[in-house]
Design a protein around this ligand. Structure first.
Ligand SMILES: [Zn+2]
Length: 87
């Protein structure tokens, strides 16, 4: 089990600690699973199924920190991330 820090969520940005696939896994070669294409009843390509490998658990994640939303910049406001000194 290797842990990785990841940002999740579009609106609420949350820092999470997630499990990652074993890089030397003999089953998935470190990819974390296997994808295989499947077809519909006429044999046409219909999508790709993703089969996660057992060497990791993508549901094993822990929220570390919920990041504050960056407020939308209003006209006339100073850029809050600017390093310029105030004049
Ligand atoms: Zn694996």
């Amino acid at each position: 089990m290797r842990l990785r820090i990841q940002l999740t969520g579009w609106d609420r940005r949350t820092l999470t600690l997630t499990d990652t696939p074993r890089p030397d896994c003999p089953l998935c070669d470190g990819h974390g699973g296997r994808g295989y294409d499947y077809g519909d009843h006429e044999g046409e390509y219909a999508g790709t199924e993703w089969d996660p490998c057992s060497c990791w658990d993508e549901t094993r994640r822990r929220n570390l920190l919920r990041l504050p939303r960056i407020p939308r910049r209003r006209r006339g406001d100073r850029d809050p991330w600017s390093n310029e000194p105030p004049f």
